[in-house]
Design a binder for this molecule. Structure first.
Ligand code: UPG
Ligand code: 3PG
Length: 252
Protein backbone atom coordinates (compact mmCIF):
# COMPACT_ATOMS: atom_id res chain seq x y z
CA UNK A 1 0.00 0.00 0.00
CA UNK A 2 1.45 3.39 -1.01
CA UNK A 3 2.21 6.00 1.62
CA UNK A 4 -0.81 8.07 0.64
CA UNK A 5 -3.22 5.24 -0.11
CA UNK A 6 -6.49 5.79 1.65
CA UNK A 7 -7.02 3.46 4.55
CA UNK A 8 -10.22 2.40 6.22
CA UNK A 9 -11.25 2.28 9.86
CA UNK A 10 -14.00 -0.13 10.83
CA UNK A 11 -16.09 1.24 13.70
CA UNK A 12 -18.30 -1.20 15.59
CA UNK A 13 -20.81 0.21 18.11
CA UNK A 14 -21.47 -2.67 20.48
CA UNK A 15 -23.81 -3.20 23.42
CA UNK A 16 -23.72 -6.68 24.98
CA UNK A 17 -22.25 -8.39 21.94
CA UNK A 18 -19.85 -10.77 23.77
CA UNK A 19 -21.20 -13.78 21.88
CA UNK A 20 -20.54 -12.44 18.39
CA UNK A 21 -18.00 -9.65 18.67
CA UNK A 22 -14.86 -11.82 18.38
CA UNK A 23 -15.96 -13.30 15.04
CA UNK A 24 -17.09 -9.87 13.86
CA UNK A 25 -13.75 -8.27 14.72
CA UNK A 26 -11.67 -11.04 13.15
CA UNK A 27 -13.75 -10.97 10.01
CA UNK A 28 -13.60 -7.16 9.78
CA UNK A 29 -9.80 -7.24 10.01
CA UNK A 30 -9.74 -9.15 6.71
CA UNK A 31 -11.43 -6.34 4.75
CA UNK A 32 -8.93 -4.88 2.24
CA UNK A 33 -7.47 -1.44 3.17
CA UNK A 34 -8.60 -1.76 6.80
CA UNK A 35 -5.79 -0.90 9.23
CA UNK A 36 -7.90 -0.15 12.31
CA UNK A 37 -10.84 -2.02 13.81
CA UNK A 38 -12.36 -0.03 16.64
CA UNK A 39 -15.05 -1.36 18.96
CA UNK A 40 -17.00 1.20 20.94
CA UNK A 41 -18.40 -0.69 23.88
CA UNK A 42 -21.56 1.25 24.65
CA UNK A 43 -21.86 0.45 28.35
CA UNK A 44 -22.14 -3.33 27.94
CA UNK A 45 -22.95 -5.44 30.97
CA UNK A 46 -21.21 -8.48 29.53
CA UNK A 47 -17.58 -9.10 28.51
CA UNK A 48 -17.81 -7.38 25.11
CA UNK A 49 -14.79 -5.14 25.71
CA UNK A 50 -12.47 -7.96 26.79
CA UNK A 51 -13.53 -10.35 24.03
CA UNK A 52 -13.15 -7.61 21.41
CA UNK A 53 -9.66 -6.70 22.63
CA UNK A 54 -8.56 -10.34 22.61
CA UNK A 55 -9.76 -10.61 19.00
CA UNK A 56 -7.47 -7.74 17.97
CA UNK A 57 -9.71 -4.67 18.12
CA UNK A 58 -8.85 -1.32 19.64
CA UNK A 59 -11.55 -0.86 22.28
CA UNK A 60 -12.96 2.25 23.89
CA UNK A 61 -15.87 2.22 26.27
CA UNK A 62 -18.77 4.34 27.41
CA UNK A 63 -19.13 3.92 31.18
CA UNK A 64 -22.90 3.88 30.71
CA UNK A 65 -25.17 3.11 27.76
CA UNK A 66 -25.60 6.13 25.46
CA UNK A 67 -27.16 4.58 22.36
CA UNK A 68 -25.82 3.61 18.96
CA UNK A 69 -25.46 7.12 17.53
CA UNK A 70 -23.35 8.29 20.48
CA UNK A 71 -21.14 5.22 20.03
CA UNK A 72 -20.68 6.11 16.37
CA UNK A 73 -19.64 9.68 17.25
CA UNK A 74 -17.20 8.40 19.86
CA UNK A 75 -15.76 5.98 17.31
CA UNK A 76 -15.28 8.65 14.66
CA UNK A 77 -13.59 10.96 17.19
CA UNK A 78 -11.15 8.22 18.22
CA UNK A 79 -10.30 7.43 14.60
CA UNK A 80 -9.62 11.13 13.93
CA UNK A 81 -7.09 11.13 16.78
CA UNK A 82 -5.34 8.20 15.12
CA UNK A 83 -5.36 9.56 11.57
CA UNK A 84 -1.78 10.40 10.63
CA UNK A 85 -0.65 13.90 9.61
CA UNK A 86 0.09 14.11 5.91
CA UNK A 87 -2.20 11.21 4.98
CA UNK A 88 -5.81 11.48 3.87
CA UNK A 89 -8.20 10.81 6.74
CA UNK A 90 -9.38 7.21 6.91
CA UNK A 91 -12.70 6.25 5.38
CA UNK A 92 -15.16 5.26 8.10
CA UNK A 93 -16.87 1.89 7.76
CA UNK A 94 -19.59 1.48 10.39
CA UNK A 95 -20.78 -2.06 10.99
CA UNK A 96 -22.89 -3.78 13.64
CA UNK A 97 -21.32 -6.06 16.22
CA UNK A 98 -23.55 -9.03 15.43
CA UNK A 99 -22.41 -9.79 11.87
CA UNK A 100 -19.98 -12.50 12.98
CA UNK A 101 -18.07 -14.19 10.16
CA UNK A 102 -20.07 -12.30 7.55
CA UNK A 103 -18.56 -8.91 8.54
CA UNK A 104 -15.92 -9.30 5.80
CA UNK A 105 -18.76 -9.16 3.28
CA UNK A 106 -19.10 -5.42 3.95
CA UNK A 107 -15.92 -5.05 1.84
CA UNK A 108 -17.88 -4.02 -1.31
CA UNK A 109 -18.94 -0.83 0.52
CA UNK A 110 -15.39 0.53 0.41
CA UNK A 111 -14.78 0.64 -3.31
CA UNK A 112 -17.39 3.20 -4.48
CA UNK A 113 -16.31 5.59 -1.72
CA UNK A 114 -12.59 5.04 -2.17
CA UNK A 115 -12.96 5.60 -5.91
CA UNK A 116 -15.01 8.75 -5.41
CA UNK A 117 -18.15 7.36 -7.05
CA UNK A 118 -20.17 7.96 -3.86
CA UNK A 119 -19.75 9.76 -0.52
CA UNK A 120 -21.63 7.08 1.38
CA UNK A 121 -22.23 3.42 0.46
CA UNK A 122 -24.98 1.60 2.35
CA UNK A 123 -25.33 -2.20 2.60
CA UNK A 124 -28.40 -3.95 1.22
CA UNK A 125 -28.89 -7.14 3.22
CA UNK A 126 -30.50 -10.33 1.97
CA UNK A 127 -33.71 -11.50 3.65
CA UNK A 128 -32.86 -12.62 7.20
CA UNK A 129 -34.08 -15.90 8.69
CA UNK A 130 -36.42 -15.35 11.65
CA UNK A 131 -36.97 -11.64 10.94
CA UNK A 132 -40.37 -10.56 12.25
CA UNK A 133 -40.70 -7.00 10.97
CA UNK A 134 -43.81 -5.88 9.09
CA UNK A 135 -42.13 -3.00 7.33
CA UNK A 136 -43.74 -0.29 9.47
CA UNK A 137 -40.57 1.44 10.67
CA UNK A 138 -38.77 0.77 7.42
CA UNK A 139 -41.68 2.21 5.43
CA UNK A 140 -41.94 5.31 7.60
CA UNK A 141 -38.20 5.99 7.32
CA UNK A 142 -38.22 5.40 3.56
CA UNK A 143 -41.15 7.76 2.96
CA UNK A 144 -39.60 10.48 5.13
CA UNK A 145 -36.27 10.26 3.32
CA UNK A 146 -38.01 10.31 -0.04
CA UNK A 147 -40.17 13.31 0.80
CA UNK A 148 -37.17 15.30 2.04
CA UNK A 149 -34.60 14.29 -0.56
CA UNK A 150 -36.31 12.66 -3.55
CA UNK A 151 -34.37 9.43 -2.97
CA UNK A 152 -36.18 6.25 -1.95
CA UNK A 153 -33.75 3.87 -0.24
CA UNK A 154 -34.53 0.15 -0.25
CA UNK A 155 -33.26 -0.39 3.30
CA UNK A 156 -33.29 3.00 5.05
CA UNK A 157 -32.33 1.56 8.47
CA UNK A 158 -29.24 -0.29 7.28
CA UNK A 159 -26.38 0.73 9.56
CA UNK A 160 -23.58 -0.89 7.59
CA UNK A 161 -22.24 2.14 5.76
CA UNK A 162 -18.91 3.43 4.53
CA UNK A 163 -18.37 7.17 4.23
CA UNK A 164 -15.70 9.78 3.84
CA UNK A 165 -14.58 11.81 6.82
CA UNK A 166 -15.93 14.90 5.09
CA UNK A 167 -19.39 13.36 4.67
CA UNK A 168 -19.39 12.13 8.26
CA UNK A 169 -18.59 15.61 9.58
CA UNK A 170 -21.32 17.08 7.37
CA UNK A 171 -23.80 14.68 8.99
CA UNK A 172 -22.94 15.62 12.57
CA UNK A 173 -24.36 16.08 15.11
CA UNK A 174 -25.98 12.71 14.43
CA UNK A 175 -29.62 12.03 15.21
CA UNK A 176 -29.93 10.13 18.49
CA UNK A 177 -30.25 6.39 18.96
CA UNK A 178 -32.02 4.47 16.21
CA UNK A 179 -32.74 7.65 14.22
CA UNK A 180 -29.11 7.90 13.19
CA UNK A 181 -29.30 6.26 9.76
CA UNK A 182 -32.44 8.10 8.67
CA UNK A 183 -31.10 11.44 9.89
CA UNK A 184 -27.71 10.87 8.29
CA UNK A 185 -29.18 9.99 4.91
CA UNK A 186 -31.43 13.05 4.90
CA UNK A 187 -28.63 15.40 5.98
CA UNK A 188 -26.13 14.07 3.45
CA UNK A 189 -28.47 14.12 0.47
CA UNK A 190 -29.81 17.58 1.25
CA UNK A 191 -26.20 18.81 1.32
CA UNK A 192 -25.46 17.37 -2.10
CA UNK A 193 -23.57 14.23 -1.09
CA UNK A 194 -24.10 11.07 -3.13
CA UNK A 195 -25.40 7.80 -1.62
CA UNK A 196 -25.47 4.33 -3.16
CA UNK A 197 -26.86 1.04 -1.91
CA UNK A 198 -24.63 -2.00 -2.42
CA UNK A 199 -25.74 -5.63 -1.94
CA UNK A 200 -23.68 -7.37 0.76
CA UNK A 201 -24.08 -10.97 1.85
CA UNK A 202 -24.56 -10.34 5.57
CA UNK A 203 -26.27 -12.20 8.39
CA UNK A 204 -27.26 -10.46 11.59
CA UNK A 205 -29.45 -11.13 14.63
CA UNK A 206 -32.76 -9.95 13.22
CA UNK A 207 -35.52 -8.93 15.62
CA UNK A 208 -38.26 -11.54 15.85
CA UNK A 209 -41.99 -10.94 16.15
CA UNK A 210 -42.02 -11.40 19.95
CA UNK A 211 -42.51 -8.79 22.66
CA UNK A 212 -38.82 -7.90 22.75
CA UNK A 213 -38.84 -7.41 18.97
CA UNK A 214 -41.93 -5.19 19.10
CA UNK A 215 -40.47 -3.08 21.93
CA UNK A 216 -37.33 -2.64 19.85
CA UNK A 217 -39.39 -1.55 16.84
CA UNK A 218 -41.30 0.93 18.98
CA UNK A 219 -37.99 2.49 20.06
CA UNK A 220 -36.80 2.53 16.44
CA UNK A 221 -40.03 4.22 15.33
CA UNK A 222 -39.75 6.86 18.09
CA UNK A 223 -36.13 7.68 17.21
CA UNK A 224 -36.77 7.77 13.45
CA UNK A 225 -39.72 10.14 13.94
CA UNK A 226 -37.69 12.40 16.23
CA UNK A 227 -34.88 12.55 13.66
CA UNK A 228 -37.28 13.34 10.83
CA UNK A 229 -39.24 15.91 12.87
CA UNK A 230 -36.08 17.79 13.76
CA UNK A 231 -35.03 17.86 10.11
CA UNK A 232 -38.41 19.02 8.87
CA UNK A 233 -38.38 21.82 11.45
CA UNK A 234 -34.88 22.85 10.40
CA UNK A 235 -35.88 22.82 6.71
CA UNK A 236 -38.87 25.03 7.52
CA UNK A 237 -36.70 27.53 9.42
CA UNK A 238 -34.14 27.56 6.58
CA UNK A 239 -36.98 28.20 4.15
CA UNK A 240 -38.24 31.20 6.14
CA UNK A 241 -34.72 32.56 6.56
CA UNK A 242 -33.85 32.30 2.88
CA UNK A 243 -37.21 33.86 1.93
CA UNK A 244 -36.19 36.80 4.12
CA UNK A 245 -32.85 37.18 2.35
CA UNK A 246 -34.25 36.51 -1.11
CA UNK A 247 -32.18 33.32 -1.64
CA UNK A 248 -33.77 30.05 -2.70
CA UNK A 249 -34.45 27.39 0.00
CA UNK A 250 -33.42 23.79 -0.61
CA UNK A 251 -36.58 22.02 -1.80
CA UNK A 252 -38.01 19.26 0.37
O1 UPG B 1 -27.61 1.10 22.95
C1 UPG B 1 -27.10 0.49 22.02
C2 UPG B 1 -27.79 -0.51 21.31
C3 UPG B 1 -27.15 -1.17 20.28
N1 UPG B 1 -25.86 -0.89 19.98
C4 UPG B 1 -25.20 -1.60 18.88
O2 UPG B 1 -25.76 -1.13 17.66
C5 UPG B 1 -25.72 -2.16 16.67
C6 UPG B 1 -27.10 -2.36 16.05
O3 UPG B 1 -27.99 -2.84 17.02
P1 UPG B 1 -28.96 -4.12 16.83
O4 UPG B 1 -29.48 -4.51 18.14
O5 UPG B 1 -28.23 -5.13 16.01
O6 UPG B 1 -30.19 -3.47 16.05
P2 UPG B 1 -31.02 -3.91 14.73
O7 UPG B 1 -32.45 -3.63 14.93
O8 UPG B 1 -30.66 -5.27 14.29
O9 UPG B 1 -30.45 -2.84 13.78
C7 UPG B 1 -30.90 -2.45 12.51
O10 UPG B 1 -31.56 -1.19 12.60
C8 UPG B 1 -30.81 -0.15 13.24
C9 UPG B 1 -31.59 1.16 13.11
O11 UPG B 1 -32.77 1.11 13.82
C10 UPG B 1 -29.44 0.04 12.60
O12 UPG B 1 -28.69 0.89 13.44
C11 UPG B 1 -28.72 -1.28 12.44
O13 UPG B 1 -27.51 -1.09 11.73
C12 UPG B 1 -29.60 -2.28 11.71
O14 UPG B 1 -28.94 -3.55 11.61
C13 UPG B 1 -25.19 -3.42 17.38
O15 UPG B 1 -23.82 -3.57 17.12
C14 UPG B 1 -25.44 -3.11 18.84
O16 UPG B 1 -24.58 -3.79 19.73
C15 UPG B 1 -25.18 0.12 20.65
O17 UPG B 1 -24.02 0.40 20.35
N2 UPG B 1 -25.82 0.77 21.65
O1 3PG C 1 -37.16 -5.95 11.90
C1 3PG C 1 -36.91 -4.96 11.25
O2 3PG C 1 -36.70 -4.98 10.01
C2 3PG C 1 -36.80 -3.64 11.95
O3 3PG C 1 -36.86 -3.81 13.34
C3 3PG C 1 -37.88 -2.69 11.46
O4 3PG C 1 -39.15 -3.19 11.69
P1 3PG C 1 -40.32 -3.10 10.56
O5 3PG C 1 -40.05 -4.24 9.59
O6 3PG C 1 -41.60 -3.30 11.31
O7 3PG C 1 -40.23 -1.79 9.88
Amino acid sequence: MGKNAQRVAVIIPAKDEAERIAATVRSARAIPHVDLVLVVDDGSEDKTQHVARDAGAVVVRHSHNRGKAAAMETGAAVVAMRDADGRPPRLLLFIDGDLGDTAVNTAPLVRPVREGVADVAIALLPKQAGAGGRGIVVGAARRAIESMTGWSPTQPLSGMRCLTREAFEAATPLARGWGVETGMTIDLLRRGYVAVEVPCDLKHRASANDLKGQMHRAAQYRDVMLAVGARRARAAVDGVRSAGTGTQPVRS
